[in-house]
Design a protein around this ligand. Structure first.
Ligand code: NI
Length: 226
C-alpha cells in the first residue's frame, strides 16, 4: 500500500532545511546504490555521515515522532537515519528495487527495509519531472507531493524517479523496518486502526470500540516481531 503522510514538516522547517541544503556540498548518489541501481541512478546526495545529514535527519525523525498517521501506517521498529538527495539538470533514477538489508555505518546495526520513504522538500510547481513512480500489483502510481509531505511504499516495489527537466527536486529519503514485515498485514492493521478511530470519535460509548480495539491489539501481538 502506498500512503501519504501529510505535514511531517512545517513550511518553516522546510524553508530552513532548504537554505542549509542549497548551500551544502553534494556527492554522486551512486555511493549508496547496489550494483543494479548504480547502473540507473543519476542524482546527488548528502554524504550519510555529513554533520548536516545528522542535524537535519534529527528534525525529520522528530517530525515522524509527532505523526500519528506515520506510527499507525509504518508500525516502525527501526528507522534508518534520514538521508538527502537532489535531482536537477536531467537527473533521474531508473526502475530499481531498494537493497533489502542495510547496515548503519555508525553502529553496524542491520535494518531490513520493509518500507521506503520519500519526504518532499520542494513544492511541485518549482520543478518539472521528478515524479516518483511506484509499481505494484494494481499498476503504476505517480507521486509528487507538496513540500513537507511524505510518501511511504513497500520496499518490495519496483520504483523510479523520472528526469527533472526544470528546477531541482530536493528530498529526504530513508527506510523503515516495521514491527509487521508483511505489507498486507500492515495494511489490514492500518485500515482497522482508522475504523476504530472514527468509531471512537463518533460513538465513544459503543461497546464495539473496546471490542475492535482488543482485536487490533491481539492481531498486532500475533504479527509483531521485535
Ligand atoms: Ni529506491
Amino acid at each position: 500500500m502506498l500512503i501519504e503522510i501529510p505535514e511531517v514538516l512545517t513550511k518553516q522547517q522546510v524553508q530552513e532545511m532548504r537554505q542549509k541544503l542549497d548551500a551544502a556540498d553534494w556527492v554522486d548518489g551512486r555511493v549508496t546504490a547496489g550494483y543494479q541501481a548504480q547502473q540507473v541512478k543519476r542524482n546527488q546526495q548528502m554524504p550519510e555521515d555529513h554533520p548536516l545529514s545528522r542535524q537535519l535527519g534529527a528534525v525529520v525523525l522528530a517530525g515522524l515522532a509527532r505523526s500519528a498517521v506515520f506510527r499507525s501506517a509504518a508500525l516502525p521498529l527501526r528507522v534508518f537515519p534520514p538521508m538527502f538527495n537532489r535531482y536537477a539538470g536531467g537527473d533521474q533514477f531508473g526502475m530499481h528495487v531498494d537493497t533489502s538489508i542495510r547496515q548503519l555505518t555508525s553502529t553496524g546495526q542491520r535494518i531490513r527495509t520493509d518500507l521506503s520513504a520519500t519526504l518532499f522538500l520542494t513544492d511541485p510547481e518549482d520543478y518539472d519531472g521528478g515524479e516518483l513512480i511506484v509499481q505494484d500489483t494494481y499498476g503504476q502510481h505517480s507521486v509528487k507531493l507538496p513540500a513537507g509531505h511524505m510518501v511511504l511504499y513497500p520496499s518490495t516495489s519496483l520504483h523510479a524517479v523520472t528526469p527533472v527537466m526544470r528546477g531541482a527536486r530536493v528530498s529526504s529519503f530513508f527506510w523503515i523496518q516495521s514491527m509487521v514485515r508483511d505489507d498486507a498485514q500492515r495494511t489490514l492493521l492500518f485500515d482497522l486502526d482508522n475504523a476504530i478511530q472514527r468509531l471512537a470519535k463518533d460513538h465513544p460509548e459503543h461497546p464495539s470500540v473496546v471490542q475492535t480495539t482488543s482485536v487490533y491489539h491481539n492481531l498486532l501481538r500475533q504479527w509483531a516481531e521485535l
